[in-house]
Design a protein around this ligand. Sequence first.
Ligand code: NI
Length: 177
Amino acid sequence: MAIRPVLKMGDPLLYQVSQPVTAFDTPELHALIQDMHDTMTAMQGAGIAAPQIGVSLQVVMFGVGKNPRYPDAEEVPFTILLNPMLTPLSDEETAGWEGCLSVPGLRGLVPRYTQLRYQGVDPQGQTIDRTVSGFHARVVQHECDHLFGVLYPMRIRDLTQFGFNEVIFPGITLPDD
Ligand code: NI
């Protein structure tokens, strides 16, 4: 168990394509997942991807409970997802504000597919296959982008909608997720 340093935007590791996981339910995989969980929890994130702690493997975790800090956010079940494949279910997009543990202190308005299906496996290798929309879909797209070397600022279309938390949302304490 360890809280690991989170790589920040600019680190070349964040722009690499991660490798699929090929061995499931192993001590090494469980140790990685534990470190990701400890780090995400310590930093009050809504999600984290393995590359953010310097491991170039296709592993993400995310989850948002009922939380006064996310007043408008729908609940997202805590999920550990490996080797994900995302399929948008329509061209419809929704713009929403995002932050990231690798881009601390900033927020940007990011378009994401509104509805999508995601498939992958859990740490035991069991199938995950869900159709989701809204905030759940946004969180999945943000985290899975990390596995393909994409950080949310790279998806912002209007860079006037990118800035510091305390300037864009004065008086509100926002987590980096
Ligand atoms: Ni992120």
